[in-house]
Design a protein around this ligand. Sequence first.
Ligand SMILES: Nc1ncnc2c1ncn2[C@@H]1O[C@H](COP(=O)(O)OP(=O)(O)OP(=O)(O)O)[C@@H](O)[C@H]1O
Length: 255
Amino acid sequence: MTLLEVKALKKTYTTRLGGHLVPALTNVTFSVEKGEYLAIMGESGSGKTTLLNIVASLDQPTGGQVLLEGKDIGKIRERDLAEFRRKNLGFVFQDFNLLDTFSLRDNIYLPLVLSGMHHEEMARRLAPLAKKLSIEDILEKYPYEVSGGQKQRVAVARACITDPRLLLADEPTGALDSRSADQLLDLFEQINREGQTILMVTHSAKAASRASRVLFIKDGEVFHQLYRGGRTNEAMFTQIADTLTALATGGADRG
Ligand SMILES: Nc1ncnc2c1ncn2[C@@H]1O[C@H](COP(=O)(O)OP(=O)(O)OP(=O)(O)O)[C@@H](O)[C@H]1O
């Protein structure tokens, strides 16, 4: 079943001074099946964050459509957008985006509090998640008291506790040391195996090599797609590295 459809997406920014036009996305089309783990790669400035922000309904495209389970998110009324995001999307960012004045437990509860959920139900949801993410013992701490890896696992808990249709991650391993990054990628793989659909933007070939498909963006368009098929992570890594080289040098077959 198709979960997400991105159709002929276009985004042109108008700079503040002088009305200069910056094309960020020219024509991006792809879809994501339910249960897929899709990584999006591309050089700096290729439009990855722009794409993620539009899929997240945080920004409006200049043209084209984004459909989640067939629903055009561009048609959602402004005042309903926050609730739409809370119900359907989970977010994991490079810099964690945790609130420093809240305990880790309260950070995780935040989207549920905003939905008006009872405390018992929140606790019922958190227990298995905290166990899986190995954060049971730190829930009373504050963000500044724990490591980057722990902060990111808390951010994953906050993203997953609402049981989102789609988990969106923007460079989730970007601020982590390699051991914490590996742990996070193991977790993403596990939650994907359990059925969570993931869309991850990353610069890291290692991170992308865990995905079931990698989409490469260049000049605001989909340049190439790589399907895992039966490949190991190592074989996938090599393919990704080769494609990135081709991207940078302008070679390789498109498709
Ligand atoms: N608010 C904005 N106003 C004007 N131009 C913008 C704005 N945001 C992004 N751009 C431009 O749009 C293009 C795509 O930017 P975007 O941040 O989506 O790329 P990216 O692939 O995520 O880059 P990176 O990997 O460096 O984060 C770039 O040329 C960027 O300078």
